[in-house]
Design a protein around this ligand. Structure first.
Ligand code: ZN
Length: 333
């Protein structure tokens, strides 16, 4: 997520009808043709092969929801912390110390605060770390790994994948995996794309990198298998949602009218309702938080309270995203 700078868009700007845009790379010719047609003509004039090819390029396959969770748990809970720190600002070329200090707060104050909350509730979490954030704060990555949490990939400098050619996206992804492996002592098993921004080639890159799972898409409440151009990939999607993300509720943009419009109490109530639904359906409750956003004194209590209530709700399986992905694949096999 990129809310630190107030840019909430999860997708790249559309070039609009009639515009020329670079031909998509890293995808089958039929997909590149359909994308070129989509960029150059009005949507109401698209032939069926255009809208159908575009829609079916990356799809949800079989649902991966076991009938029961380990330990007889009624729900699986997967907490994720996107340790963006300075990277969304750097991605947008904000080099002012005034802007970058907010990212620094995320490392020096908020991330240790979140680690203490997770420790208090004995909850394992997945930390999605842009490589540049990890290289700026190597001690954070070591602390996260030493506490038993998962370290997973989140781009190089929180770049927008949809704006990149396939070759650049692939290079940045592989370099970020190398960087995190050297920092955490273990190669990441999964990726969350920065800003949940998915290019036509992202799934190909995920497969070529040999990753177990992705956690960037929103086609279900619960895990599913990703399908690329009709072919099941074996890659697990652990879906995300803006509803279960702290950024949309708390983000602000200094020079625009965007201000937080939801109170911490209201955010807690919304996440409680998501949890109730997951409990009722025996599914997954997945949450995304950012140190620099929820880690403030007036907000961190929301996570603290929620984790306490989850643990008190009955048998619960707290899992990292990797543990969850491995489990649902094993049970489905
Ligand atoms: Zn992010």
């Amino acid at each position: 997520m990129s809310a630190a700078t107030g840019t909430l868009a999860g997708t790249a700007p559309s070039p609009g009808a009639g515009a020329t845009s670079p031909r998509a790379t890293g995808v089958p010719d039929a997909v590149a043709d359909a994308l070129a047609d989509a960029a150059a003509t009005e949507p109401w004039a698209w032939p069926e092969r255009t809208w159908r090819t575009v829609v079916e390029h990356v799809r949800a396959g079989r649902r991966l929801v076991p009938g029961s969770w380990p330990g007889g748990a009624r729900v699986a809970v997967a907490i994720s912390v996107d340790a963006d720190q300075e990277t969304p600002a750097l991605r947008d070329r904000h080099t002012s110390p005034g802007v970058l200090a907010g990212g620094e707060y995320g490392s020096r104050v908020a991330l240790p605060r979140l680690l203490r909350i997770l420790e208090r509730h004995r909850v394992p979490a997945t930390f999605f770390v842009p490589a540049v954030s990890g290289l700026l704060h190597p001690g954070d990555v070591r602390d996260v790994a030493a506490a038993g949490h998962e370290v997973a990939a989140h781009g190089w400098i929180h770049e927008r994948n949809a704006l990149l050619p396939y070759e650049v996206e692939r290079d940045l992804t592989l370099r970020s995996l190398d960087a995190l492996e050297s920092l955490a002592g273990r190669r990441p098993a999964g990726l969350r794309t920065p800003s949940w921004d998915y290019s036509p080639a992202t799934l190909r890159v995920v497969r070529e990198a040999g990753l177990l799972y992705d956690s960037s898409l929103m086609a279900d409440d619960d895990p599913y298998e990703l399908v690329e151009d009709g072919e099941p990939t074996g890659v697990v999607e652990i879906p995300v949602e803006w509803i279960r993300d702290d950024a949309p509720y708390f983000a602000m943009a200094r020079f625009a009218s965007l201000r937080p419009h939801t109170t911490p109490q209201d955010v807690l109530d919304i996440w409680r309702a998501e949890l109730r639904g997951a409990l009722a359906e025996g599914g997954v409750f997945q949450l995304t938080v950012h140190p620099g956003i929820i880690g403030h004194r007036s907000r961190a209590w929301v996570l603290d309270t929620l984790l306490g209530e989850i643990a008190a709700s009955g048998p619960v399986w707290f899992a990292t995203h990797e543990q969850l992905a491995r489990h649902v694949l094993e049970v489905a096999a």
